[in-house]
Write a protein that binds this ligand. Structure first.
Ligand code: 6R9
Length: 657
């Protein structure tokens, strides 16, 4: 493998990026050492049993895995635990009650520091109130809240009582909330009166009212709506007597001690809806013991976490799986001190994140590539104006990270010394699956490197044969893993069909992503299979072309789609946002961009058309909606735009076309 100092190999194909070895000092002291891979390879199930025993079990498990009814897994059979007690009580019992669990920062500038003892008292109150209103283990609770402390308290109170939570991102519409409430037959909906968005208070409970309906149209399952007063700004706040209650008049008044019960390792912990290829969202089901085991293990080892000295920050919203796993359960089960920030990165201005890092001496920062590219667009003088020397480890999640953004992240945010862990996983996998271990694995800009110890993945062709290094194939998980989804809520057939039918013979999980190993054995996730283009019989990943475009100094962000083409099957169409400093926006630039792609990948990957646009259509979770760009490129009526952050983006794109 070439070294990071060998600049001659830095250009060209992504896998010819120079590799960065772990810094010596980091490697010497890292929690996860190379032996972890050997240990897991020697006996995978014994390895996971050992990881599980890092948790507090009320009843030890008898068997590590029961896979006899595959693909319905049972992990840690016969074991009993309480997930919330693992996240709170055991740290208090160990004498760490005064440690700050959460430095909460509100968008308007208010803040709260919540210790583990505080969290125990708050969660106990909520658990007592939930019990008082008659909720019983197994009942579902919908959570439709911004990033306020009560959202985390609610999630943990649900876990404490064995009530599966279903968090619905507070940016989703009333219709999306209703379909999720109905699908799960939620009895309780927890929300806030309003939420802050870019400095302005906006109503939220009104969307709950709209979602739940009235009279014949009312959501049948819902008995109570519990409302946290966050903004106090909604002049038209509607109140349904008997159904609606204020948090401050109920939960806040409840007793602050609560003794928990233990639940079976396979007791449902949460449902999280995610979009699939059809219109109906899938309620991904996760259970208790296996999920918490893998979350606890990956958080500690991948983030090299030291509870006494680290300050962790995951920028995800609780509405997404990253928020569940690495904002709630991972950090708290490890007794971490973390940042929870309510607002957007540019509120009140682009310095916000860097001010928080500086003030709280954040050591570990975990965000999505789209935010990194946004920071690049804003310019490095913004982070450069702050002391970010507390940072010692950076993480990336959610989409392939282009080498350009990776290097910028390491250089500008990580002072050219902090390792980057690019973590591949999904709502369905529950926890990280493919990622470097920061003190062990060399990293290459843009590669998630290799499966974590205990995880097995393959890259195969249509028949399930391993593809040669350098060839693109389907990413499959060929062994069950503790945090794996246990099903799609209420739809076992869809579960089998979606994930297990493609390689049914082999019994493998099909992730829906394309990937490839390079000649050094580094794994490159190339994005969703549906984002893979076929141009004249050549398979080209949209993310590869995007990465090449972003490699051009003038480009801040790019989205690429395969538009149907009479001659070549698909033609590559690119939409690019330029950096503020770019002045040449004409034909010359387009020519340069095409040349850049030819050079970085191959002339066959050269875009047919490139449009310079002011914005890209993104979902609220920050993913580019390529489907809609395809509609634009192919001159069709636009499909469903309801999950877009800003539907007007399209007027700007059409104007430019
Ligand atoms: C955690 C999360 C899952 C899909 C996944 C893949 C993409 C996530 C990635 C990545 C390349 C990474 N993805 N992490 N692609 N490198 N490090 O994002 O879950 O919202 O369910 O999305 O995101 O395509 O299949 P989810």
């Amino acid at each position: 493998m070439s070294s990071a100092t060998d600049q001659s190999t830095a250009a060209g194909e992504p896998e010819h990026q120079a590799a960065y070895p772990p810094p010596a000092e980091f490697a010497a002291n890292a929690i996860a050492q190379a032996g972890l891979y050997d240990e897991a390879d020697a006996d995978r199930l014994a390895f996971w049993a050992k990881q599980a025993r890092e948790l507090q079990w009320e009843t030890d498990f008898a068997d590590t895995l029961d896979w006899s009814n595959a693909p319905f897994a049972k992990w840690f059979v016969g074991g009993e635990l309480n997930v919330a007690a693992n996240c709170i009580d055991r740290h208090v019992d160990a004498g760490n009650g005064d440690r700050v669990a959460i430095h909460w920062i509100g968008e308007p500038g208010d803040s709260r520091d919540i210790t583990y003892s505080d969290l125990l008292a708050e969660v106990s109150k909520a658990a007592n109130y939930f019990t008082e209103i008659g909720l019983e283990p197994g009942d579902r609770v919908a959570v439709y809240m911004p990033m306020v402390p009560e959202a985390i308290v609610t999630i943990l109170a649900c876990a404490r009582l064995g009530l599966p939570h279903s968090v619905v991102f507070a940016g989703f519409s009333a219709g999306a909330l209703r379909s999720r409430v109905d699908d799960a037959s939620a009895k309780l909906v927890v929300t806030t009166d309003g939420q802050y968005r870019r400095g302005e208070p906006a109503p939220l409970k009104s969307a709950v009212d709209e979602a739940l309906g009235t009279g014949d149209d009312a959501a049948k399952s819902v008995e109570k709506v519990l409302v946290v007063k966050r903004t106090g700004h909604d002049p038209d706040l509607n109140w349904v007597d008997g159904r609606d209650v204020w948090w401050h008049e109920t939960v806040a008044e409840a007793a602050d001690t609560h003794s928990y019960k233990a639940f079976d390792a396979e007791h449902p912990l949460f449902l999280l809806y995610t979009s699939g290829t059809t219109g109906k969202p899938k309620g991904i089901l996760h259970t208790s013991g296996g999920y918490l085991t893998q979350i606890n293990y990956t958080f500690r080892n991948v983030f090299d976490h030291r509870p006494e000295s680290d300050v962790f920050w995951c920028g995800a919203d609780i509405g997404w799986v990253t928020g569940h796993s690495y904002l709630v359960y991972g950090p708290l089960s490890n007794g971490a001190t973390e940042i929870v920030y309510e607002g957007t990165p540019n509120s009140p201005n682009e310095h916000r994140h860097f001010e928080i890092i500086e003030k709280h001496k954040v050591t570990t920062y975990y965000i999505a590539p789209t935010l990194i590219r946004t920071f690049m667009k804003w310019g490095r003088e913004i982070p450069d104006a702050h002391d970010l020397t507390s940072i010692r480890l950076l993480g990336s999640v959610g989409e392939p990270i282009n080498p350009e953004a990776w290097r910028w992240y390491r250089d500008v945010i990580g002072a050219n010394r902090s390792p980057i862990v690019d973590t591949w996983w999904q709502t369905e996998t529950g926890a990280m699956m493919i990622s470097p271990l920061p003190g062990v694995t060399e990293t290459k800009p843009g590669s998630a490197m290799r499966p974590l110890p205990g995880i097995s993945a393959k890259i195969v062709d249509d028949d399930g044969n391993a593809v040669a290094d350098g060839e693109q194939g389907y990413l499959v998980l060929d062994e069950p893993w503790p945090a794996m989804l246990r099903g799609i809520w209420g739809d076992d057939e869809r579960f089998k069909e979606t994930y297990w039918s493609r390689f049914a013979k082999q019994g493998w999980y099909f992730a829906g992503d394309g990937a490839r190993y390079d000649s050094d054995g580094a794994l490159w996730v190339l994005g969703r299979i549906d984002d893979v283009m076929n141009v004249s019989g050549h398979r080209i990943s949209t993310s590869e072309v995007e990465s090449a475009l972003v490699n051009h100094h003038g480009v801040a962000e790019a989205a690429v789609i395969g538009a149907s083409d009479e001659t070549t099957g698909q033609g590559i169409v690119a939409f690019v946002i330029l950096r503020g400093s770019t002045t040449d926006t004409g034909d010359e630039l387009i020519k340069e961009l095409k040349a850049q792609v030819s050079k970085d990948i191959s002339p066959i990957a050269k875009p047919r058309e490139i449009y310079v646009v002011p914005e890209l259509p993104k979902t609220r979770s920050g993913k580019i909606m390529r489907r809609l760009l395809k509609d634009v490129a192919e001159g069709r009526e636009l499909g469903d735009t309801s999950t877009l952050v800003d539907p007007t983006v399209f007027e700007n794109i059409r104007k430019k076309k």
